[in-house]
Design a protein around this ligand. Structure first.
Ligand SMILES: Nc1ncnc2c1ncn2[C@@H]1O[C@H](COP(=O)(O)OP(=O)(O)OP(=O)(O)O)[C@@H](O)[C@H]1O
Length: 269
């Protein structure tokens, strides 16, 4: 099984030179689902299978990504589009190094960050403590966190309607937590930033702010991947788009062409 290969330093670009940041080479991703058959997951049936030395009949494989290849370059914002279950989120998780590939390999320059520092955020702690935790988890120093704290809170807009930042995160709506997560992740420049539908959760005002921030992040450093079902967000944010269907790439090119092709496809369905 191939693992993601990450190299740390991104070399400086010579004028006009394009630097690859993510290379996916014939990537296949297969989920293994255990206990999928009714009644087959009980302790007694497992014991009887062990005693009879029979393989579990209840293992189902879902071949979510089927041989995709692409190269992303520094400074690019790439949209990922496609119908439900086409493999967009799976592809992002694999680029982030969170899913192993069944075959093929993904090479990345620098550490890709999947937007959402979910793992580090804790529902019982206040938004304020979570900002500090999330930033430290992304590798910022305590001094850096203090310097950026107010900007993060202002960007998230959490305090627009009262002092919510001092309340536990479990009291936030799903949109509010998504905004805070985005604000924390976007406070740092990422070499490869992966965003899954994050913009869809905010209101119109927040969407404008986050689109602006994505543009800045692109200029500051790396490559942005954005998964979205909103074709207008993809058009406004990305100049290149990859269209996935049934785990395969159907088109990869300038956003206007690819989104148009996808729109024609969805109209015909
Ligand atoms: N944890 C999992 N275990 C098993 N199968 C999964 C898992 N996550 C996703 N899948 C399957 O992998 C395929 C691709 O799913 P994925 O979530 O990547 O699609 P998507 O394009 O992001 O969809 P959506 O637009 O609905 O978010 C689907 O068939 C889905 O059922």
């Amino acid at each position: 099984m191939e693992q993601n290969v990450t190299q740390d330093a991104v070399p400086a670009a010579k004028p006009g030179e394009r630097i690859p940041t993510v290379i996916a080479d014939d990537v296949h991703i297969v989920y293994k689902v255990y206990g999928a058959g009714a009644g087959k997951g009980s302790a007694t049936s497992a014991l009887s299978r062990i005693l009879r030395k029979k393989a579990s009949p209840a293992l189902t494989e879902v071949h979510a990504v089927r041989g995709i290849s692409f190269t992303a370059y520094k400074g690019e914002a790439i949209g990922l589009i496609g119908s439900n279950g086409s493999g967009k989120s799976t592809t992002l998780a694999a680029v982030a190094g969170l899913l192993p590939t069944a075959s093929g390999a993904i090479y990345t320059q620098g550490q890709p960050s999947l937007l959402g520092v979910n793992a580090a955020l804790m529902n019982d702690l206040s938004g304020e403590r979570n900002v500090v935790l999330g930033c430290l988890a992304m590798g910022m120093s305590y001094a850096e966190v203090q310097e950026k704290y107010q900007d993060i809170v202002d960007f998230s807009g959490i305090n627009e309607k009262g002092d919510f930042i001092s309340l536990p995160m479990r009291t936030y709506s799903s949109g509010m937590s998504a905004r805070l997560r985005f604000a924390i992740s976007a406070a740092k420049s990422h070499e490869v930033l992966l965003i899954d539908e994050a913009l869809a959760t905010g209101d119109a005002k927040f969407r404008v702010r986050s689109e602006k921030r994505i543009k800045e992040l692109r200029e500051e450093a790396g490559t942005v991947f954005l998964v979205s079902h909103s074709n207008s967000t993809i058009r406004e944010t990305c100049e290149r788009t990859i269209w996935l269907e049934h785990g395969k790439i159907l088109a990869d090119g300038p956003t206007d062409d690819v989104v148009k092709e996808y729109e024609d496809f969805t109209k015909k369905k």
